[in-house]
Write a protein that binds this ligand. Structure first.
Ligand code: NAP
Length: 251
C-alpha cells in the first residue's frame, strides 16, 4: 500500500525502547520526521544517530511526561524545531504487576502518572495546534489489559481501561466537532520488550510463568506496523481501534 508518511512530523513518547523505538525507526524509514521523547536521552541519541546516518530525520527531546509543564514545553519545542506535529503517538507506559493485597502503592502512582495522566497531558498540550490546523492524528497505545482484567494486574488494567475510555470520549469530541483529527487506539497483547524487566523479581517470575504458554510473543515491529497502517490511511479514514495478540495468546 502506498503510504503518506513522507515529511509528516511524528512525535513518539517512550521512544527510547520497545514499541516506541520500533515505531520511530519504521516511520523514519517511510520518510517521516521524528521527534523522539523519553527520559533516557542517551538511548534516544543513539536511535537518532542511527536514523540520521541512514538518511532519515529525527531529533531528541528528553522529557518526563508525568510533569504537565514538561508536556506543554515538549510540544512547543518539537514544533519549533521540526514543524507542526501531524501525529502524536502516546506510547510511553509502565506495567508494574502484583496483587492488590500489600502492594507498594508507589507503583500504582507511577502507573497512573505515566499511563493515564502523562498521556492526557500530552493530548491536552497537542490539541489546540491540531484543532487550529484542522488536521492531526492522536494514537494511544493501550493494551489487551484495557479490555480483559486479570488477577495481579488490577491497577495496570485500570490505567489501560482509562486510556480506552479517554480515547473513545475524545473520538466523539473530535469527530462531532468536525475537527479533522483522527484517533487510534492500539491494544497489543504480549510483546517482547523490556516492559516486564521493571517489575520486582517475584512479579517478573509470575509474569514469565503466565507467558510461558506462548511460544512466540509479538515483536515491537509487529505493533509498529499496525501504527504505520493507521497513519497511512487517507485523511477520511480513521482507524479507531486495533487489537493485536500473539497467535497463541489465550486471554
Ligand atoms: N510489551 C507488552 O507486552 C505490551 C503489551 C500491551 C501494551 N503495551 C504498552 O506499550 C507501550 C510501550 O511499552 P513497551 O512494551 O515498548 O515497553 P518499554 O520498552 O519498557 O517502553 C516503555 C517506554 O516508556 C518510556 N517511559 C516510561 N516512563 C516514562 C516517563 N515518565 N516519561 C517519559 N517516558 C517514559 C520509557 O522510556 P524512558 O525510561 O527512557 O523514559 C520507554 O521508552 C506501553 O504503554 C505499554 O503499556 C506493551
Amino acid at each position: 500500500m502506498e503510504n503518506n508518511l513522507h515529511n509528516k512530523v511524528i512525535l513518539v513518547t517512550g521512544a527510547s525502547s520497545g514499541i516506541g523505538e520500533a515505531t520511530a525507526r519504521m516511520a523514519a524509514r517511510h520518510g517521516a520526521i521524528i521527534g523522539l521523547a523519553a527520559r533516557r536521552s542517551d538511548k534516544l541519541r543513539s536511535i537518532a544517530d542511527d536514523i540520521t546516518s541512514s538518511g532519515g530525520k529525527a531529533e531528541v527531546f528528553e522529557a518526563d511526561i508525568t510533569d504537565e509543564s514538561v508536556c506543554n514545553r515538549l510540544v512547543t519545542e518539537v514544533e519549533d524545531r521540526l514543524g507542526p506535529i501531524d501525529v502524536l503517538v502516546n506510547n510511553a507506559g509502565v506495567m508494574l504487576l502484583g496483587p492488590v493485597l500489600k502492594a507498594p502503592t508507589g507503583e500504582w502512582r507511577t502507573m497512573v502518572e505515566v499511563n493515564v495522566l502523562g498521556l492526557m497531558y500530552m493530548t491536552h498540550a497537542m490539541l489546540p495546534g491540531m484543532v487550529g490546523r484542522k488536521t492531526g492524528h492522536i494514537i494511544n497505545v493501550s493494551s489487551v489489559a484495557g479490555r480483559t482484567a486479570t488477577a495481579n494486574s488490577a491497577v495496570y488494567n485500570a490505567t489501560k481501561w482509562a486510556v480506552n475510555a479517554f480515547t473513545e470520549a475524545l473520538r466523539h469530541e473530535l469527530a462531532g466537532g468536525k475537527t479533522g483529527i483522527r484517533t487510534t487506539l492500539i491494544e497489543p497483547g504480549a510483546v517482547a520488550t523490556e516492559l516486564i524487566s521493571h517489575n520486582r523479581e517475584e512479579s517478573q517470575e509470575a509474569i514469565n510463568k503466565r507467558l510461558a504458554g506462548i511460544n512466540k510473543r509479538l515483536e515491537a515491529d509487529d505493533i509498529a506496523r499496525s501504527i504505520i497502517y493507521a497513519i497511512s490511511q487517507p485523511e477520511h479514514v480513521s482507524v479507531n481501534e486495533i487489537l493485536i495478540r500473539p497467535t497463541e495468546q489465550d486471554g
